[in-house]
Design a protein around this ligand. Structure first.
Ligand code: NAD
Ligand code: ZN
Length: 363
């Protein structure tokens, strides 16, 4: 299966399927990546154990020379320190302006390696080889970033990949907690623009949770299609692209306040999407029932939907104001109007957000 992210001369294919990693060499050649310059594969320790050597073998057969940077698994690696280390390895390995950086892993590897690719010699080729379900989202669209202790993704760039190669067979080794996290972004894509997709996700929750390969490939390509369409219309988030941030202003605050360790990204935005629905009902934007259906759907995929432990609403509100979606200190939130429809609401009364959060703490 093939989708195209349509961005004029920067358009690129998303190739989805069982075993497509075997075709990486041919796909890189097709993407115009030359065999004369070295490739750098960035991956994490968990992914490396399963997929690094097979990938290097496939690339060697196609005539590519490779070097690899293996980072520690986890969100903490999206840091300036790890960025610095990979830069050093890239320079020492002799990467040049025709080289490509390949991200083999989930969203952490993709965001970090992508930011290296965006900035190494002012930008070199980048290729995404996603290995998590969540990365159906992060590997498409060209947002790359690392974190600052004061906030998520505050240091970053837009840098589109040349190709996304999504081997669905890699998802079989993914821990269930990460499968759940990935479904949070799948559900998000339904909630923002496709109510029929939401119906389908409710109907097939059990089989999808068990990774039925046919259904899973469909879920991934529908999710990618929603994302690709929005990114094609608004690559650098001047408008519509902001809708993809449903649940993320809350979610990023939870992640930053828990030092990127208690909740993973999918869990944080799952709770965030529930809070967004509650706020939407409270301000009269959404009909009653939107929260309940959102909450039930996320629970079907074993995601948390209640208040995260010992965080205080006041601290969360402060962290939300540091998120990038804030302009001039004013909070703009993406809120649902109905299932399958969301909008950006500016100037929401902070008192309402605080009230809703306080009720959640007590619930
Ligand atoms: P991740 O990359 O940390 O992967 C989750 C865990 O699964 C890690 O421990 C990893 O080692 C392991 N893993 C990965 N693939 C595996 C496999 N096939 N088998 C076994 N283990 C495997 O996390 P993630 O959930 O993929 O990504 C989260 C990150 O993505 C966050 O930093 C988030 O901000 C970012 N993100 C970015 C965008 C974007 O547009 N750039 C969009 C959404 C999320
Ligand atoms: Zn996200």
């Amino acid at each position: 299966e093939r989708l195209i992210v349509d961005l004029g001369e920067r358009s690129y294919p998303i190739v989805i399927g069982e075993g497509v990693l075997q075709k990486t060499g041919a796909l890189l050649l097709e993407a115009g990546i030359s065999t004369s310059s070295k490739l750098l594969i960035v991956t994490d320790e968990h992914v490396a154990a399963h997929y690094l050597e097979p990938l290097r073998d496939v690339l060697a057969e196609a005539g590519y020379r490779t070097t690899a940077s293996v980072i520690a698994a986890g969100e903490q690696s999206k840091s300036l320190a790890v960025y610095d280390r990979i830069m050093t390895e890239a320079i020492e390995a002799g990467l040049d302006r025709k080289s490509a950086i390949l991200a083999l892993g989930g969203g952490v590897v993709g965001d970090l390696a992508g930011f290296v690719a965006a900035t190494y010699m002012r930008g070199i080729h980048f290729v995404q080889l996603p290995t998590t379900l969540l990365a159906h989202d992060s590997s498409v669209g060209g947002k790359v970033a690392i974190n600052h202790p004061l906030g998520k993704n505050l240091i970053g760039a837009f840098h589109q990949p040349r190709v996304v190669i999504y081997d669905t067979s890699a998802l079989r080794t993914l821990p269930k907690r990460e499968v759940a996290a990935g479904f949070a972004e799948v559900v998000k894509h339904g909630l923002i623009s496709d109510s029929a997709f939401v119906d389908w996700l409710e109907e097939h929750a059990q089989s999808l949770w068990e990774l039925d390969s046919e259904l899973l490939a469909q879920a991934i390509s529908r999710g990618c299609a929603v994302k690709a369409a929005i990114v094609s219309n608004d690559e650098t988030e001047q408008g519509q692209r902001a809708l993809l941030n449903l649940g993320h202003t809350f979610g990023h605050a939870f992640e930053a306040l828990s030092a990127y360790s208690v909740l993973n990204h999918g869990e944080a935005i799952s709770i965030g999407m529930c809070l967004a629905a509650k706020v939407a009902e409270r301000v009269g934007l959404a009909d009653q029932g939107v929260y309940e259906r959102t909450q039930r759907l996320l629970s079907l995929y074993h995601l948390p939907t209640g208040w995260p432990g010992d965080l205080t609403p006041e601290a969360v509100l402060d962290a939300m104001k540091r998120d990038k979606k804030t302009v001039g200190g004013k909070l703009a939130l993406v809120l649902p109007r109905a299932i399958g429809h969301v909008e950006v609401v500016k100037d929401i009364d902070e008192a309402i957000i605080l009230t809703v959060m306080r009720e959640e703490v007590e619930a």
